[in-house]
Design a protein around this ligand. Structure first.
Ligand code: IPM
Ligand code: MG
Length: 360
């Protein structure tokens, strides 16, 4: 198989974790005889430093023409003083919008070997956790009208708008129901329908789409309750379908239950399975360049790319099993380290995964 992959290492720990993921990807390519052509490009802080803008047009072109995009992480304190339109994160939002990556899939799985790294009481995760956040990614408050204003006394004000069109809700609802069919056949739609008009529409459309999936149960929960339920009984969830901002928040919360945000991959897909794959963690500038970052989320994002965009399930499984094997063997980066396990660097975690992939 021949595939063109745009690679955006990004800022902070992005380049470090990307290096490990590419090592694994290249190995998979050689083993299974696929040709992965990698085109590295700049976005975020790295692009601001070179070109003065977060997303150079050349990067956007490469990403549009690629079969998939791999992204490390964007942003950092160095660029925090910039205004909204010029911040590194802007690159991410433009890429999502321009590539029409409306479906953000964020699986959160608690590996048995990592139960000690989970901050919840052991009794709460006895039966593990395996949920999938299906987050709408190109609408909602992230993309509605926004403005900074001054009142007549010169005092500042600002607003953002949460807007959802029924078509936007319908297409993400379908993704969630299709996903549930492959899992435990449960969709939980999370909204704030007791307060927000956009949430009442969200709920109505969810119910309409549910009628086409009689085998799947649909339930609803308000976002505040969902955030609470997630730490009360994480095992009650299967597929969580929600809007852009609620999904952003819930997926960080879910990640912590798995032991570390450094473990969770994500896929952002368009209507044709083309996508951008990135860890859900940020650029972690505080640990950048120290060999402390956990490369597993980036490595698992690569596996998601193989499966979701290229339909290479066997190759993806190989990577996922290798990661599980390395964790079962007791190797840990700092974020998931606990007594009795073996602390390793970013680089050496990548090596372990490579060895495991190799020996399978
Ligand atoms: C994420 C991140 C982004 C988001 C930021 C960096 C813009 O938090 O992918 O979850 O809010 O979507
Ligand atoms: Mg987030």
């Amino acid at each position: 198989m021949h595939k063109n992959i745009a690679v955006i290492p990004g800022d902070g720990i992005g380049p470090e974790v990307m290096k490990q993921a590419l090592k694994v990807l290249k190995h998979i390519g050689n083993t299974f005889n696929h040709q992965f052509n990698l085109s590295e490009c700049l976005a975020g802080g790295a692009a601001i430093d070179r070109d003065g803008i977060p997303l150079p047009s050349e990067t956007l072109e490469i990403c549009k023409n690629a079969d998939a995009v791999l992204l490390g992480a964007l942003g950092g304190p160095k660029w925090d003083h910039l205004d909204g339109k010029n911040r590194p994160e802007r690159a991410l939002l433009i890429l999502r919008k321009e590539l029409e990556l409306f479906a953000n899939l964020r699986p959160a799985i608690l590996f048995p070997a990592l139960k000690d790294a989970c901050p919840l009481k052991p009794s709460l995760v006895e039966n593990g956790m395996n949920l999938m956040v299906v987050r709408e990614l190109t609408g909602g408050i992230y993309f509605g009208d926004q403005e900074k204003l001054k009142d007549s006394n010169g005092k500042e004000a600002a607003y953002d708008t949460m807007y959802y069109h029924e078509d936007e809700i319908r297409r993400i609802a379908k993704i969630a129901f299709e996903m549930a069919l492959k899992r435990k056949k449960k969709v939980l739609s999370v909204d704030k329908a007791n307060v927000l008009e956009s949430s009442r529409l969200w709920r109505k459309i969810m119910i309409e789409v549910a009628a086409d999936y009689p085998g799947v149960t649909l339930e609803h929960m308000y976002i505040d309750n969902a955030a609470m339920q997630l730490i009360r009984d994480p095992n009650q969830f299967d597929v969580i379908a929600t809007g852009n901002m609620f999904g952003d928040i819930l997926s960080d919360e879910a990640s912590m239950i798995t032991g570390s945000i450094g473990l969770l991959p994500s896929a952002s897909l368009d209507a044709n399975q083309k996508g951008m794959f990135e860890p859900i963690h940020g650029s972690a500038p505080d640990i950048a360049g120290q060999g402390k970052a956990n490369p597993l989320a980036m490595i698992l994002s690569t596996a998601m790319m193989l499966k979701a965009s290229f339909d290479l399930s066997e190759e993806a499984d190989r990577i996922e099993k290798a990661v599980e094997h390395v964790l079962n063997s007791g190797y840990r980066t700092e974020d998931i380290y606990s007594e009795g396990t073996t602390l390793v660097s970013t680089e050496s975690m990548g090596e372990r995964v490579l060895d495991a992939v190799n020996s399978m």
